[in-house]
Design a protein around this ligand. Structure first.
Ligand code: C2E
Ligand code: CA
Ligand code: CA
Length: 705
C-alpha cells in the first residue's frame, strides 16, 4: 500500500466545550486529519463504535460522564484496546494523571492546547499505532501460518544445555508445555531408534561445518503416535566463544511423507497385484547384478506368461481378469516364499526371491544366489504346478497355465535388460513348444528371433518388388488321368533370404497380418494368369486358392474379390477356395454369411487338410461346401497302415453321403494311386503326377495334357 491509498487519519474529539470543536476542526483539518465530534462521554463511545477512529481526544472535565469513565468505556469496546487515546485536562495534578493512565489513556495534554505541538504528537501516535497494528496482524498471521504448516521454532543454548520449544513444537510432539521440559536427552529419546544416529550426526555436522542443515526423521509423540518431522538447524555464533547456540524450526511433514510414499508406490508398484512393476524390477535386477558380480555368484531371471489369459479377460471381463492376476500373484509369492528353493537360500540372505508384474499377463521372478541351474528348473516346475491348479473366480472355475523362460547370470547376459530380454525369448520359445512348459535360454533362440525379424522386414517389400510367385500343381482325375484343375501355391524368391517355401513364411505372414496383402496379391495373380490362358484359348480349368482365416474374416474380402474379377472381366466359376477347418469351426452368422455370399458368386468351397483338425463331421452338413481334400498324412501310409485306410474309406463314405467331391493330396506312389482308384475318390494331387510349377511351365503341361 502506498501513502495516498491510506485513508486520512480520523480523529474523534469528545468535549463539551464547543470552542474546542471549532479549533480542532480548523487546525486538524488543515494538517490532514479528518475530525468527528461528540459532546459528551456517552455520545463519544457511540461515535467510536460506529466510526472506529484512529485516535481519540477526551476531555476529562465533562458533565454526566467524566473523561476517565469515557476512556475505560472506549477500552471496553471491541477493537478499542489499542487505539491511541489522549486525555485533555485543565489542570495536570498527579492524581488526574494517575487516574488517566489507570483508565487506559495513552497520553496526556494540558489546556490551553498548543495545536502545532498537538498535531505532531497526533501524527506520531497515529503512525506508531498503525505500525503496531500491522505488526500485531503479521505476527498473528505468522503464528497462524506456522500453526497451519505445523511449524514450530526451537532454540538450544549450548552453555547451559537448555532447549526451548515454541508452542507448536509441543503440539507436534504431543507434550504438555507446562509439565514437560525438553532437553537434549529427552528430545533424542523421542526420536525413532533407527533415526537417532542420523539426528546426532546432523547436529554435529551443523556445528562442525558451521552451516545450516535440514534433517528428516521419525519421532514417537507423547501419545505414542509415530510422526515424520523435518528439522532446520541454524548455528548462532559469537565472536569470542564461537558457536553458542543452535536454533531453527521443526515441522510435521507426515502428510507430505505419506504422499511421497503413495507417489513412490504408484511409480514402483503394480496397482492390480501390488507387486513391484517393471521399473522396480529392473532396479532389483541391477542390485542383484551388483551383488552377484561382487560375490561371483549366479542368479536366474524367470519370465512367465500366462497361457490363455486373454480368453478369460474376453469371456468374463476385466474385473475377473484382474482377480485372476491377483490370485496368480498370490500363488507365486506365497509358493516361492514357502518352497524349498527359496528356504534353502533364505538361510544366506533375507531376500531371495522377488516377484514382479511387468504388465498384462507377464510376471518375472528373480532367484538370487543360485548354486546350480537345476534350482531354477525346480522353481519353474513348481510355479507351473501352482498355476495349473483351478482358480475359483466369482463362481467361475477357471483353468490357467503358463509358459516360462529362464535366463541365467552370468552366461545369458551381463546386464538387466539383456537378461530380461533373453528370458522373454526363452519364454516365447516355451510357448512355441506347446505352452505349459519352461525353457532355458539358448543362444540359438536369439538367432531364431533375429531371423524372424529379418524375415518380417523383408516381407514388406516382397509384393512391391515382385518377389512373390505363384506355382501351380495339377489336380488329376484318378480314373481317367485327365487334368481337371490346379492348386495355386505361393513361393517367395527373396534377394536377401533366397528361395522360400510357404512353410518358411506363411506362418509369420499370418501372425503379422501380412497375409492379407499376400492373399490379395495371389488373387490378382491367379486372375491375371487365368485371363492370359483364356486369351491363349486354353479352355476351362478349376483353380484352387488357399485362404487363411485372417483373409476369410476380412470385411473387405467380397468387395475386393468383385473388384479384381471386374478388372479382369472374369466369371468366378473357375475359382475354388480352400478353407481350413478352423474357419468353419468359428460357426458364426458372419462366417456363414460370407460362405453363402461366395457361393452366390459361383465360387466353389473346399475344406483343406481334412482329417487333421477338428474333423467334426456334423458341420459338413450345415455348410454350403463342394469338396474336401484328404490330408496327405492319411495318404502317406495308405498301403501299409490299415487304420489310415479305414479312415480314408470312412471319409469317402461320408463325402458320398453328403454329395461332396473328394481330392486326395500328396499321392507319391503307384500303390497309393491304385488304392484310391478302387474307391469313390475322384481326384488326386501329388508328386506322382506333377510337382507345383511356375506359370509358364504349367501352361506347357496343360497344353500337352
Ligand atoms: P496345402 O494347401 O496342403 O498345399 C499342399 C502342399 O503339399 C504344397 O506345399 C505342395 O507342394 C505339397 N505337396 C503336393 N504334392 C505333394 C506330394 O506328393 N508329397 C509331398 N510331400 N508334398 C506334396 P507347399 O506349396 O509348400 O505349400 C504348403 C502350404 O502353404 C499349403 O498347404 C498351404 O496351406 C500354404 N499355402 C501355399 N500357398 C498359399 C497361399 O497362396 N495362401 C495361403 N493362405 N496359404 C498358402
Ligand atoms: Ca491347399
Ligand atoms: Ca492341403
Amino acid at each position: 500500500m502506498n501513502e495516498s491509498e491510506i485513508a486520512l487519519p480520523l480523529v474523534l474529539v469528545i468535549d463539551d466545550d464547543q470552542t474546542i470543536h471549532l479549533w480542532a476542526k480548523r487546525h486538524l483539518r488543515v494538517a490532514g486529519f479528518e475530525v468527528i465530534f461528540a459532546d459528551n462521554g456517552l455520545a463519544g463511545i457511540d461515535v467510536f463504535k460506529r466510526h472506529s477512529p484512529d485516535i481519540v481526544l477526551v476531555d476529562i472535565e465533562m458533565p454526566e460522564m467524566d473523561g476517565f469513565t469515557t476512556c475505560s468505556g472506549i477500552r471496553n469496546v471491541p477493537g478499542g484496546q489499542n487505539t491511541p487515546l489522549l486525555m485533555v485536562t485543565g489542570t495536570a495534578d498527579a492524581e488526574r494523571i494517575e487516574k488517566s493512565y489507570l483508565a487506559g489513556a495513552t497520553d496526556f495534554i494540558v489546556k490551553p492546547i498548543n495545536w502545532q505541538v498537538l498535531i505532531h504528537r497526533l501524527r506520531f501516535m497515529v503512525k506508531a499505532s498503525r505500525v503496531f497494528l500491522q505488526l500485531e496482524k503479521s505476527e498473528s498471521r505468522l503464528s497462524k501460518a506456522q500453526q497451519m504448516a505445523r511449524l514450530g521454532h526451537w532454540e538450544f543454548k549450548i552453555a547451559d544445555n537448555k532447549l526451548y520449544w515454541s508452542d507448536e513444537i509441543y503440539k507436534i510432539f504431543e507434550r504438555n508445555s507446562h509439565s514437560f521440559i525438553p532437553d537434549q536427552s529427552s528430545f533424542l529419546n523421542m526420536v525413532h531408534a533407527a533415526d537417532r544416529l542420523h539426528v546426532e550426526e546432523g547436529f554435529e555436522k551443523a556445528i562442525k561445518n558451521n552451516t545450516g542443515i535440514t534433517i528428516e526423521y521419525r519421532i514417537t509423540t507423547g501419545t505414542g503416535r509415530q510422526r515424520f518431522v523435518g528439522q532446520q538447524i541454524e548455528v548462532v555464533e559469537n565472536q569470542i566463544k564461537g558457536v553458542v547456540a543452535l536454533t531453527g524450526t521443526i515441522q510435521d511433514i507426515t502428510e507430505r511423507k505419506d504422499h511421497e510414499n503413495q507417489v513412490r508406490h504408484l511409480a514402483y508398484y503394480d496397482v492390480v497385484t501390488g507387486l513391484p512393476n517393471r521399473t522396480s524390477f529392473l532396479e532389483l535386477l541391477s542390485k542383484a547384478l551388483e551383488l552377484a558380480k561382487r560375490n561371483e555368484r549366479s542368479f536366474a531371471v524367470l519370465f512367465l506368461d500366462l497361457d490363455g489369459f486373454k480368453g478369460v479377460n474376453d469371456t468374463y471381463g476385466h474385473h475377473v481378469g484382474d482377480l485372476m492376476l491377483k490370485e496368480i500373484s498370490g500363488r507365486l509369492t506365497e509358493g516361492l516364499r514357502r518352497s524349498d528353493v527359496a528356504s534353502r537360500y533364505l538361510y544366506h540372505q533375507n531376500y531371495i526371491v522377488d516377484v514382479a508384474r511387468l504388465g498384462g499377463d507377464e510376471f518375472t521372478i528373480l532367484l538370487n544366489e543360485l548354486t546350480q541351474p537345476e534350482d531354477a528348473a525346480i522353481a519353474a516346475r513348481n510355479i507351473l504346478k501352482w498355476i495349473a491348479e483351478p482358480i475359483l473366480l466369482e463362481n467361475h472355475k477357471v483353468f490357467s497355465g503358463a509358459s516360462i523362460g529362464i535366463a541365467l547370470f552370468p552366461q545369458d547376459g551381463q546386464d538387466g535388460e539383456t537378461l530380461l530380454k533373453n528370458a522373454d525369448v526363452a519364454m516365447y520359445h516355451a510357448k512355441k513348444m506347446g505352452k505349459g512348459n519352461f525353457q532355458f535360454f539358448h543362444d540359438f533362440m536369439n538367432v531364431k528371433a533375429r531371423k524372424r525379424m529379418e524375415l518380417e522386414n523383408c516381407m514388406h517389400q516382397a509384393v512391391s518388388n515382385n518377389e512373390l510367385h505363384l506355382y501351380y500343381q495339377p489336380v488329376i482325375n484318378v480314373v481317367s488321368g485327365e487334368l481337371i484343375g490346379a492348386e495355386a501355391l505361393m513361393r517367395w524368391d527373396s534377394p536377401q533370404l533366397g528361395f522360400l517355401y510357404p512353410a518358411d513364411f506363411i506362418p509369420l505372414a499370418e501372425e503379422s497380418g501380412m497375409i492379407l496383402k499376400f492373399g490379395e496379391w495371389a488373387m490378382h495373380e491367379v486372375c491375371r494368369h487365368y485371363k492370359d490362358w483364356q486369351k491363349e484359348g486354353m479352355g476351362y480349368l478349376s483353380i484352387a486358392i488357399n485362404l487363411s482365416s485372417l483373409q476369410f474374416n476380412q470385411i473387405s474380402l467380397i468387395p475386393m474379390l468383385k473388384e479384381i474379377l471386374d478388372e479382369y472381366q472374369l466369371d468366378p466359376s473357375f475359382l475354388v477356395f480352400e478353407l481350413t477347418e478352423t474357419i468353419i469351426m468359428a460357426d458364426s452368422e458372419k462366417m456363414l454369411g460370407t460362405l453363402l455370399e461366395l457361393k452366390k458368386m459361383g465360387i466353389r468351397l473346399s475344406i483343406d487338410d481334412f482329417g487333421t483338425g477338428y474333423s467334426s463331421l456334423s458341420y459338413l452338413k450345415r455348410f454350403p461346401l463342394d469338396s474336401l481334400k484328404i490330408d496327405r498324412s492319411f495318404i502317406k501310409d495308405l498301403s501299409t497302415n490299415s487304420e489310415d485306410a479305414a479312415i480314408v474309406n470312412a471319409i469317402l463314405a461320408l463325402a458320398t453321403a453328403l454329395n461332396l467331391h473328394v481330392i486326395a493330396e500328396g499321392v507319391e506312389t503307384d500303390l497309393q494311386k491304385q488304392f484310391l482308384q478302387n474307391t469313390s475318390c475322384q481326384a488326386v494331387q501329388g508328386y506322382l503326377f506333377a510337382k507345383p510349377m511356375p506359370m509358364t511351365e504349367f501352361q506347357e503341361y496343360w497344353q500337352s495334357s
